[in-house]
Design a protein around this ligand. Sequence first.
Ligand code: ADP
Length: 448
Amino acid sequence: MPVFEKVLIANRGEIALRIHRACREMGIKTVAVHSTADADAMHVRLADESVCIGPPPARDSYLNIPAIVSAAAVTGADAIHPGVGFLSENAAFAEIVEAHGITFIGPSPAHIQAMGDKITAKRTMVELGVPCVPGSEGEVKTLETARAEAKRIGYPILVKAAAGGGGRGMKVAEGPENLEEAFHMARRESAAAFGNDAVYMERYLSRPRHIEIQIAADNHGSVVHFGERDCSIQRRHQKVVEEAPSPALNAAERERIGRRAVDAISRMGYRSLGTFEFLYEDGEFFFIEMNTRLQVEHPITEAITGIDLVRLQIQIASGAPLGMTQKDITFSGHAIECRITAEDPVTFQPRPGKVTNYHVPGGLGVRVDSALYAGYPVPPHYDSLIAKLVVHGSTRNECLLRLRRSLDEFVIEGLPTTIPLHQRLMADPDFINGDYHIRWLEQEFLTS
Ligand code: ADP
């Protein structure tokens, strides 16, 4: 007997396919939901059943809670997987799903709520002894408080949205002269993007790396970590390339930060997958946020551990025990993910269009997660991520060589993509040496 009979996948694109694949291998039937713009999408074609939930704009379809819950009820789905983005960190959605007797494949609504508010999340981590980026004591409500706090913390300062996500609602003040503008802009952007203008402040670290720890916890008190991912190759605070393990960490540091995360999760009583995001500078880790969902970059962890994280997430949601302890998790080789987007590789302008020709690279250690096919019109309404190229090698060098030849083989015609950017990156001496930080791509690579 599979752990669930039927799972509704409340998402689209490559991540919907990723979840469908895990379900299929577990003997679980799938229900796809889609907007009218996605009627011919791959996730709809592959699922056992599909339901149209609204017009193209996400707020009317992939964010339409009544339509999604009705689709689950009509098709008799016993669980909903929210994927990433959209409703994946919406506590109200998780609560409504559970109130309908359907399992939400993720953590409890209370944990989603607590970690979704970054001020609460940081406060929780401070209480649990997790080191955080020095910053304001909670929300900063007025410009006067902002000035006083900035003086105490020290410039440069980052004003951040409490409800933030996707790098939005974040503004830097280099010195006191920019604080007023940064404060008001962050609040405005946050109100527009999240319907919540609460902001807080942090010391703006100058050259840190973004290092995150993947954890999993079951309903029975077992918690493990799967090591780290280095996501420092970023543009506008958004990840472009990720690798595991981080070229900057040694085994002792990995063990130390992994244990910290496991300890915090155990004490929170959290269940499901989760990710602790840290900035890492001069040998020290500073917590910035926790994501209570599957991450886009999860395949690199799967590549070096050989563990199917989506399968594990579904098993945990069914109440099954983890079935592994920390010593069962071993790391092998090196993995890198390139996020390929339908954007101009120089200006980064989104350029949706019809895919006229499509050929994916293959061979040992090469994985492509994508919902593209020849003839597919990439709709303009959603995120521009169209493919993830995930390459594994026994060493970082082998991984790089394999990644370069895979990028050379990859054919996506009919619309511009960021493949040329990745080709250039994989040949860059700093990248090859693992010598980069979160601002390296924008400040050094893209300007050269
Ligand atoms: P979001 O939820 O919007 O992704 P995060 O808090 O996870 O926001 O931060 C996203 C990125 O912004 C980080 O990976 C890092 O590049 C940058 N960032 C966040 N906080 C700081 C900070 N205090 N100093 C420097 N950079 C930061």
